[in-house]
Design a protein around this ligand. Structure first.
Ligand code: FE2
Length: 142
């Protein structure tokens, strides 16, 4: 095989690998529908498993309060497996984005925290995205 042919073959192999990787990424299911409990006063276990829980922790010397978000309520924790996991958590203070964390499956689960200056803030809203079951929202009055 001449050098030119070998380079052509290698180039074709690289292109094929790149296309395969892209196809694998595309085949991952990502559900971005906005979800909410059918009856907010009485969520099902499935709904509890997806609803983010917002917990206010300590305030530091600079006035930032640690806001912890975990996905799952009532002792029901959302799973984190290779094909089903919480892929992001975002926090809003009075509808202004505080931050958004992207989470990887298996090695992490649906939990994140942000240090937030809560002066004058009335509500905190957390959004959690399950790759299979959509985006779930919880709100906490501060
Ligand atoms: Fe889920």
């Amino acid at each position: 095989m001449k050098r030119r042919d070998a380079l052509k073959t290698a180039g074709l192999m690289m292109a094929t690998l790149a296309l395969s990787a892209h196809a694998a990424e595309e085949s991952l299911i990502v559900n971005r529908l906005e979800m909410k409990p059918q009856d907010a006063a009485k969520p099902t276990d499935f709904e509890l498993k997806h609803l983010p829980q917002i917990t206010l922790k300590e305030k530091d010397a600079s006035g930032y309060t640690l806001v912890e978000i975990t996905v799952g309520q009532g002792g029901i924790i959302h799973p984190s497996t290779a094909d089903h996991w919480i892929d992001f958590i975002a926090l809003y203070a009075d509808d202004k984005l505080v931050g958004k964390n992207t989470l990887e499956p298996v090695i992490s689960r649906g939990a994140s925290s942000f240090a937030v200056k809560l002066d004058g803030i009335k509500t905190l809203t957390a959004k959690a995205g399950c790759n299979l079951h959509g985006i779930w929202t919880s709100t906490l009055k501060v």
